[in-house]
Ligand binder design. Sequence first.
Ligand SMILES: *Cc1c(COP(=O)(O)O)cnc(C)c1O
Length: 370
Amino acid sequence: MIIPFLDLKAINSRHAAELKAAAARVIDSGWYVLGEEVKAFESEFAAWVGSPHCVGTSDGLSALTLALRAWKEMGLLKEGDGVAVPANTYIASILAITENRLRPVLVEPDEATFNLGAAKLTAALTPDVKAVLAVHLYGQLAEMPAVAKLCRERGLLLLEDAAQAHGAQIGGIKAGAWGDAAAFSFYPTKNLGALGDAGALTCKDAKLADMVRALRNYGSKEKYQNHVQGPNDRLDELQAAFLRVKLPYLDADNARRRAIAWRYLTEIKNPAVRLPAPPPAPAAHVWHLFVVRVPDREAFQAQLAAAGVQTQVHYPIPPHKQAAYARELGHLNFPLTEAIHREVVSLPLSPVMSDDQAERVIGAINSFQA
Ligand SMILES: *Cc1c(COP(=O)(O)O)cnc(C)c1O
């Protein structure tokens, strides 16, 4: 039996009866966009994150983009301002910046965490950098106590890309409650996944929440009155209803991810395979992905595939080497980021994996011959 990288059907089948009931509720309501389900999900998710406000959006990229756009509308950012962001992120983080005609200032990550650290961030700050976009890559919080403190001291706006980190926390403060604003994705593969596209913004400032609420809906606060120019980035009722079904199970799912990750960390023993560093506190990581580094990635993936273990790569090409950014960023060099993108491999890890499957993954990796 092949161990799939991720079995989405198995993940959602656990809740099939509840999901079908939620769909029936929405169908029968006759109300499909921006209604009671979205409102209820927003307040339930805000409470779960520990953030005063939540605004549902069509996806994670729109939540990121609208946060920066709202700050521009509010006069806190202007075209050309710099936004510091880790160089080794998913391209959505960078797209949100350039979509707003802001300038991505790429920063090498800390090697142990794959995340933004305060020291390299400080070194990258120039006077035109007005905001920091901290990405909690693979499910681990960036060095948030220090990054948040730095942003407060320097008067920088702090946006979190929490698309991979629902529930990660340090000192009881969760991803989404550290920054001035945070963006979540509920793409089906994320720790909290919808059955289609969905996203949300959480934030501290009621004015920012109001602005994003208007922006996601053509810039309209009242029907047919458009205060600002905005796109259509709304969360729909059906996805909100599905997310309300799955949110109560998220803590247990994250606990299961941690249990499997702990086995990988303690039982994988192969000098050719570099394990991720254990997080500073167990709760700081929700293991959206378990990412190892292997110099000969191709051989590693091939041997695991032959042993029936599917793996993936997140991500093979860093944003500054993508064709889409050849003109703006192609001349830049980030040796650590480039090495990471060359060597990373993601192992199967999900709340529906059995102990037996985890054991087979460990066995296959321990038998890998470089
Ligand atoms: C998934 C993801 C996004 C984008 O979310 P979508 O819902 O796919 O738009 C942004 N940033 C990171 C780090 C992600 O993993």
